[in-house]
Design a protein around this ligand. Sequence first.
Ligand SMILES: O=C(O)C1=C[C@@H](OP(=O)(O)O)[C@@H](O)[C@H](O)C1
Ligand SMILES: C=C(OP(=O)(O)O)C(=O)O
Length: 422
Amino acid sequence: MDFQIFPPEDGFPQATVSLPLSKSISNRALIINALTPNAIPLSKVALCDDTDAIVHALANPEEEIVNIGAAGTAMRFLTAYFAAKNDGRTRMIDGTGRMRMRPIKPLVDALRQCGAEIEYVGEEGYPPLRISGKQLHGGCITLTAGISSQFVSALLMTAPAMTDGLCLTLEGDIVSRPYIDMTIALMSHWGIECETSNSNKTISVPSGSYKAVEFNVEADWSAASYWFEIEAVSYGEIALKGLNDKSLQGDSHVARIFRNFGVEPDWETEYPLLKLAPSPDIAPRLELDMSDVPDLAQTVAVTCCLASVPFRLTGLKTLKIKETDRLGALCTELRKLSFVVESVDDCELVWNGLRIPHPTAGHPIAFDTYADHRMAMAFAPVALYVPGIVIRNAEVVSKSYPEFWKHLANAGFRIEPYPQQS
Ligand SMILES: O=C(O)C1=C[C@@H](OP(=O)(O)O)[C@@H](O)[C@H](O)C1
Ligand SMILES: C=C(OP(=O)(O)O)C(=O)O
């Protein structure tokens, strides 16, 4: 379904938004709980496709084909989990067409070194995989850390179930480091302490049992980022229910990034209220290394364009292997708004302020979403700038934030189905 979006009539979005729960935290908590003897069930987890994929797979261990859809974390975490599950079962784990293009070789190689039996069903290095669950021995291994931190998290979480534990040395640059720190922090909550050494490049995990504990999942800071974007271009009144200042999520960094646009959360109010300074001191240009916060790249790039802030975002090499090639998708879609944004060396996104009008032939500007929830959510606020834009295949938001459109409507936006073009 395609949606046409109009801003609130008075131009000021107003809402108290009940943010979704963090899918990254939910997915880790579910895997760790599944490895915990007599675990205490989680009272709430994120309600979204990526978490549903893990909930379903864990609840149906007899299924021979595990379909995780488009969820990268589910593919990587469950590969390690099922490889280390000593139940003698063989399962095939598969996902969408795009998932079959997302690399998994470093994780498979590492698990094989730990004793796992995993085969590629199709192309070498990519899902689907055939996995036979067995007792892994673990040991000392090295892993390239520049493709996805999810490989590291998957290995760490399953390591206590390996007879010798795991000593993991990360090679090369480390992408998405805060997600590794999140994994280590959650394992500690469940009673397993990882030790880091060698400038944080070596992580040792003892063999042992997680302890049954209670746990509450935080609200999702990546989802909050779209509300920061809305505030930055509208002077709205947006309260973000459930948002935690002291968060395990690296994407909480969005609060610091958005100071560059004059937006700050007020933590003194009942729910954190986003505030835009009356005469915001907007950065003339942004230079940001995004390697710790790749999921914020779309939000920041679109906001910069709408706020006329030229930028250079670096550390983006993983964007090409996410739900879509996000570098290409951003350049193509921002071009529809006249912004000439360029991808440099497949790892940077640069806009020097150049704008070249893009003909619309009298039609509303329609943004393609490439089966990527973050494309839909980052471009929706453009309606404040060009009323009546269209977001194609708007249902993609269900990957992490199914209620996004409902929340946008609650904030005063008018959202109408738009006839699909053939
Ligand atoms: O571990 C996680 O929960 C995630 C890690 C990141 O992936 P990469 O490590 O592949 O960058 C991030 O983009 C993804 O949305 C969630
Ligand atoms: C990259 C993402 O998810 P995943 O890698 O888990 O599919 C995301 O949610 O932006």
